[in-house]
Write a protein that binds this ligand. Structure first.
Ligand code: GTP
Ligand code: SPV
Ligand code: MN
Length: 611
């Protein structure tokens, strides 16, 4: 049995509610030892993890890790939102009664940390002093040292964040037990994994994974799912899977802030960290604030909409990260950064790492190279061209390591939001950008955001997998209430932000991307800011305002006139088909506000009139 009192005293953890919580779970999980963590423990933890072989050295101050081969991504089917109120059930939140889930999870976790250390990780999902600080404190209990090291990079970690809470009982209780990964029945009817957020008790119980959002509970489970529920229950804020960036116009001195949601693996990290394209670099500068989560609220004093990134780091997709696509990401994971790589390819002889798209070709000399599963590339059978890195392999690094991180990224005040954008991967129909000035129509557009189904077999050709506001996997309360909450929060702002839908992923018949993407994505955003300022007028269509060719700054862009025409065109017939799909999609949600239906009917009628 662990000496919990001694461990808590040693760390100076005085919050009586936290102490009681740690006692309860140390007893239940049967951990041998308890250790309270602060960010300053990182070098020691790294040494221990290297000695234990949990991490491997990947260059100066860089670490490599592999997760269990069936544990490489979030599992949406195993993720559940539980409360005591059946009316909290929505279409996507996978609601179950907490009276059923809590005993089930306690059963799975009972005795499951025997022989292990239970780390106590007090954290804050906000810059200290934030007006939303009351919703940001949490304590993760985990039996995995590598999870602790990830948490230190992804959240602000230390005892001070929970000792002096205004309400000492207001912290998220986040329990992570890894479980016996090799015997969890992944994907079978007896799958033992459960990732449960008991939202009305602010308690998170995750069992059966040590990967990413399944295990770093400050991030997705608290920062998104729990926070979205808290924002709704309190009536005070929104928490969304959004990136957040700033654009400075060095000529006028003006600064703009844009946030927005793209479904997972659709380009948030790349956009938020982007540099201005070379041709525009003398005039514009992009500040990075956040790549995965934004909390949004209206300041009652000045009536403005504000946004902030509750995270402290980046858990970014490795694939295709290179000097051309995302140079700032590469800088942020360089020597001395403390970055942790997960599930990419690794060479233990040279301590080098590689992933698909890091360089055009994989290392020519394959000696020593191991794929993400640890198998030698040199021993692959002829014709085996499976990727060296897992497609969802990632790097973990702190915000401060990103060279273009905004100077005020730590500011508790947040930043005023000028525009909210939505974007998915769509190979046709969706133009490069269409701006929406009406609040209900903007929210309607977010609710009908989608990305093309990855496998054609998954659906009707051209039909999207809808992912409202990119929150489908993180939705914690019913979609109708969610839409109403959006209308309420943004509606309280004295100046409604501009909305826009963007698409970097239209393709030609031969499969090539029509728009170069990446750093050039700044161009349509600059147009949006000009539209907001009244400097351009665009062309009004039934689905929003789109730029004219002349308005878009295309200096230095490589694009054919035909491709440019296509991405600035509205295909009325395809759009009318889409409206039909949308109708069915929205009908799934009970209590959808009438304003949303009105927006839907307005767009439909405008398309019919324009045909
Ligand atoms: P999550 O962390 O899963 O939420 O993903 P994300 O939305 O942050 O996506 P990310 O920026 O990591 O991009 C995912 C993939 O899309 C990467 O492989 C990128 O290289 C690719 N990608 C990003 N932006 C663009 C773009 O403008 N054009 C093209 N063609 N690909 C892009
Ligand atoms: C995502 O999947 O959208 C992520 C990664 O940001 S995870 O933390 O695993 O959810
Ligand atoms: Mn994400």
């Amino acid at each position: 049995m662990a000496d919990v009192e001694a461990a808590l005293d040693l760390a100076g953890l005085t919050n009586p509610h936290v102490r009681e919580y740690v006692h309860y779970w140390a007893d239940l999980t049967g951990a041998d030892r308890v250790e309270v963590i602060s960010a300053s423990d990182d070098p020691r933890l790294a040494e221990e993890a290297l000695a234990a072989g949990e991490l491997l050295p990947a260059g100066e101050g860089l670490y490599y890790s592999r997760s269990f081969h069936k544990d490489t991504a979030r599992s949406e089917e195993r993720t559940i939102v539980a409360t005591s109120n059946p009316s909290d059930a929505g279409q996507y939140n996978n609601w179950r009664p907490s009276s059923e889930m809590k005993p089930l999870l306690e059963g799975k976790m009972r005795g499951a940390s025997a022989g292990k250390t239970m780390y106590v990780v007090p954290y804050l999902m906000a810059p200290p002093g934030s007006p939303l600080e009351a919703y940001a404190a949490g304590v993760e209990l985990t039996d995995s040292r590598t999870v602790v090291m990830h948490m230190i990079r992804m959240a602000r970690v230390g005892v001070d964040f929970i000792n002096n809470l205004a309400d000492p009982n207001s912290f998220a209780r986040a329990v992570h037990v890894t479980g016996d990964l090799e015997n969890l029945g992944h994907g079978t009817p007896d799958d033992a994994r459960y990732f449960v957020t008991v939202a009305d008790e602010r308690t998170i119980l995750h069992f059966g994974s040590s990967y990413g959002g399944n295990a770093l509970l400050g991030k997705i489970a608290h920062g998104l799912r729990q926070a979205a529920y808290d924002g709704w229950a309190s009536g005070k804020f929104l928490s969304e899977q959004f990136m957040l960036l700033g654009i400075t116009d060095k000529e006028t001195g003006k600064k703009y802030h844009i946030c927005g949601g793209f479904p997972s693996a659709s380009g948030k990290t790349n956009l938020a960290m982007t540099l201005a394209p070379d041709a525009l670099g003398d005039r514009y500068y992009v500040d990075f604030y956040g790549d995965d989560i934004a909390w949004l609220w209206v300041d009652p004093e000045d009536g403005k909409l504000y946004g902030m990134n509750p995270e402290f780091g980046v858990f970014g997709v490795a694939k295709d990260t290179n000097e051309a696509t995302n140079p700032t990401a590469l800088d942020s994971i360089g020597p001395g950064s403390g970055a942790i790589f997960t599930n990419i390819a690794y060479n233990p002889d040279t301590q080098e790492v590689w992933w698909e798209g890091k360089t055009k070709e994989p290392p020519a000399d394959v000696t020593g190279w191991q794929d993400w599963k640890g198998e030698l590339v040199s021993e692959r059978t002829e014709g085996d061209d499976s990727p060296w890195a897992h497609p969802n392999s990632r790097f973990t690094t702190t915000l401060a390591n990103v060279p273009n991180v905004a100077p005020d990224f730590n500011s508790p005040a947040g930043v005023p939001i000028d525009a909210i954008i939505f974007g998915g991967r769509t190979r046709d129909r969706e133009p490069l950008i269409r701006a929406i000035t009406d609040l209900a129509e903007g929210v309607y557009d977010g609710l009908t955001l989608g990305a093309e189904a990855t496998f054609a077999a998954e659906g009707v050709d051209g039909q999207l997998r809808y992912d409202p506001m990119s929150m489908r996997p993180f939705m914690s309360y019913p979609e109708g209430a969610y839409a109403a909450h959006w209308l309420k929060i943004i509606g309280e702002a004295t100046e409604v932000p501009m909305f826009a839908h963007v698409n970097w992923f239209q393709r030609g018949e031969d499969g090539h991307f029509l728009w170069p993407g990446y750093r050039d994505n700044l161009r349509p955003l600059l147009w949006l800011m000009q539209l907001k300022a009244g400097e351009v007028t665009g062309r009004t269509t039934p689905v929003g305002i789109i730029p004219t060719k002349e308005e878009l700054n295309l200096e230095g862009v490589e694009i054919t006139p035909e491709d440019l025409d296509t991405i600035l065109t509205i295909d009325n017939a395809r759009w009318q088909q889409e409206i039909g799909f949308r109708q069915t999609h929205l009908e799934q949600f009970h209590d959808l506000p009438e304003e949303i239906w009105e927006a839907h009917r307005r767009v439909k009628a405008d398309l019919e009139a324009d045909a």
